[in-house]
Design a binder for this molecule. Structure first.
Ligand SMILES: Cc1cc2nc3c(=O)[nH]c(=O)nc-3n(C[C@H](O)[C@H](O)[C@H](O)COP(=O)(O)OP(=O)(O)OC[C@H]3O[C@@H](n4cnc5c(N)ncnc54)[C@H](O)[C@@H]3O)c2cc1C
Length: 378
């Protein structure tokens, strides 16, 4: 057992860190302020081969492993949570189409998604159902030659800018999870429209919003996972997503700690810098220890996934610990900044807001605990 990265992983980390420092970090505050989806940066991610990076080369990817992807996620999040999360979305959606799609669906969608020319979203959450995926109300009714979708989705990342959506819908509400199927719906399809953009606390720049399906007719070839399979496929994608979310939290916490160290070194009080006070030193020491613990959990889950092992518990543990860790670290890092931490003038204010959602999306902390406990107690 060793903890070194491979040469490829190290080189990827260096490349992504250099890109993030030069092209992402200087834009992060502006993305937060304007709340505009940075389409140009998204295309740059595609040019760098980062959007479909885990796809096989014949589908426009680099065949990278989950560990390398987790490293990329951490480095991007260190610069901007929104940019990191747009990359996570691309990875999950290309993965979902590659794993579940027909050859025609793969050929049609994967190259343009991997290049960043198109954006695909996952439309699962509804006004009345988030954690309880089996309780969704959006219906898919079979017609002779396809399906008709009806329902509303909320809090969908990139809803306002997407070209394609994987829509989670029920074909039979009485069957719960067994009635759920996945469908590919292209923007411009009659009956599909976007509702309001969500006015949210953090992760600005992700164009999060509502999607509405009103008698939206789609062909039979739009089916991505059939009833009975859809729920399982969505859950597998969540496991992978949780590893990425954990990695993003490590990157965000790392950024918060670096901001706190820089501030503590230059700010003086009572005749010395803040860095000279043991109370501040201990906060920094605790941050570093917690970040390293989360990083190990994330990398363990990524490594297990790369070995083809089941990671439901390990991914949930990584996401749970990393998201709660990142909230503690950003809180302490803001504290070290005093009043300036509460001002939009300093980066820590954005990190503090951005980090909060990681305890909610991709399964709230309570759901992660349920997943973990269920596997230990069954
Ligand atoms: C910025 C943002 C972006 C998002 N992007 C997407 C996206 O792209 N696609 C998508 O489909 N969804 C997306 N979501 C939705 C997100 O996945 C859900 O918010 C999340 O799953 C929680 O669902 P909910 O908000 O309906 O909360 P609820 O399910 O109503 O839960 C509310 C509270 O009750 C707790 N709770 C619920 N059930 C239990 C239980 N059984 N035991 C104990 N506690 C429980 C929860 O943990 C939570 O604390 C996004 C959300 C946000 C905020």
């Amino acid at each position: 057992m060793h903890f070194d990265l491979t040469d490829d992983q190290r080189l990827t980390r260096e490349m992504v860190r250099a890109f993030a420092e030069k092209e992402v970090k200087p834009r992060a505050a502006e993305i937060d302020r304007t709340d505009e989806f940075p389409r140009d940066l998204y295309r740059r991610l595609g040019e760098l081969g980062l959007l479909g990076m885990t796809l096989p080369p014949e589908h426009g990817g680099a065949g990278a492993d989950t560990m390398t992807w987790a490293i990329v996620q951490e480095e991007l999040a260190r610069a901007s949570a929104a940019v990191a999360d747009s990359q996570l979305l691309a990875k999950l959606m290309t993965d979902m189409i590659w794993r579940n799609g027909s050859e025609a669906q793969r050929r049609t969608h994967l190259p343009t998604l991997a290049r960043g020319e198109k954006i695909c979203v996952i439309a699962q959450t509804e006004p009345g159902a988030g954690s309880d995926v089996a309780g969704i109300q959006t219906t898919a009714r079979p017609t002779g030659d396809g399906w008709v979708l009806n329902g509303t989705k909320r809090f969908i990342t990139a809803a306002m800018v997407c070209d394609l959506a994987v829509v989670v819908a029920t074909t039979d509400r009485a069957k719960g999870g067994d009635g759920i199927a996945l469908f590919l719906v292209e923007s411009g399809t009659p009956g599909f429209s976007r509702g309001s953009k969500e006015d949210i606390m953090g992760v600005h720049g992700l164009a999060t919003g509502e999607m509405v399906f009103e008698d939206c007719r789609i062909p039979a070839a739009s089916l991505l996972a059939s009833p009975g399979e859809g729920f399982k496929r969505a859950m597998v994608s969540l496991d992978t997503g949780r590893i990425g979310m954990g990695a993003e939290c490590v990157g965000l916490a790392q950024a918060a700690m670096e901001e706190a160290i820089a501030y503590a070194r230059q700010r003086s009080a009572f005749g010395q810098t803040l860095a000279g006070f043991q109370a501040i030193q201990f906060m920094i020491a605790d941050m570093s220890t917690q970040i390293e613990a989360a990083r190990l959990l994330v990398r363990r889950a990524a490594w297990l996934k790369d070995q083809g092992r089941s990671v439901a518990r390990e991914a949930a543990e990584a996401k749970l610990f990393a998201s709660e860790m990142a909230a503690r670290v950003t809180t302490d890092a803001l504290q070290i900044h005093g009043a300036y931490g509460y001002s939009k003038e300093f980066t820590i204010e954005r990190l503090y807001r951005d980090v909060r959602v990681y305890q909610i999306w991709e399964g709230a902390s309570q759901i992660q605990r349920t997943v973990i406990a269920r596997r230990l107690l069954r």
